[in-house]
Design a protein around this ligand. Sequence first.
Ligand code: PBG
Length: 323
Amino acid sequence: MPFPIHRPRRLRASEPMRRLVRETRLAPSDFILPLFAVEGEGDRREIGSMPGNYQLSVDEIVKECELCHSLGIGGVILFGIPNEKDDCASQAYAEAGIVQRAVAAIKRAVPDLLVITDVCNCEYTSHGHCGKIVGEDVDNDATLAWLAASAVSHARAGTDIVAPSDMMDGRVAAIRAALDTAGFQKTPILSYAAKYASAFYGPFREAAESAPQFGDRRSYQMDPPNALEAMREIALDIEEGADMIMVKPAMPYLDIIRMARDRFDVPLAAYQVSGEFSMIMAAARNGWIDLDRAMIESLTAIRRAGAGFILTYFAQPAARLLA
Ligand code: PBG
């Protein structure tokens, strides 16, 4: 018998052949671009640790959204950076808060672009924690009211999806109830169900000016060694009414994405977080890796692990590469 009979290289011989047997595909519509809204006009402040990403005033955010729409990007997720922070995160749920105004302006200018709003308190509290501080820790149940009020204010402003990222217990149920009471039965919840206490959020905290002033987030975000706990978190959020779930970060947690995809049948997102983006950018800027290839490979890996869509700071350049 001639050796070898099986030659896997036959199906790798040319790009058309590889394309034919490719198991994972990327499209611009798989990507959600995170955007940071600040007060002001005509303001575009580049975020030092995240090249190509900016804190944008509302008029500039609208321009960015028009560009996203023309590139066929799936949508945007908004984070707000208010001028005034206080210990009760009041700008998070203010009717005319920065995110609420940004949503309204985007939906007016680009109604077809999907807008997701991040529901959390850390950008709005003077102490930088994701909820109300009682003693030395974030008080879970007291924080739920802030989250519910934020979600309703986002829905009122016209957001398409609310995405709680705070990791309080019971927040999905609280938000669902508040949305329904306020008449927003149709607004879906994308829950950051398995969100880890990760070192890879470093650059985001510069971008969102949300670093905790004391302590860390380990009493509410998940412990990185745990996988089964992530499955329990996801199951709880689905029970509480989450329409979609998210795993975050993405590349260091591909096993969690795969486990979630195999166990749950709701749409699954993954967040390629700021540190994942900045590491690739920094290595590319040093000439150590090829930016375009690393970008596409990282996004492909996240999709291959089972994510249906990806929150990524590469949304625009990746969409351009795929065009
Ligand atoms: C808010 C929030 C964070 C991120 C998304 N929502 C920061 C954090 O939890 O500290 C991180 C996103 C990123 O790093 O790109 N709670």
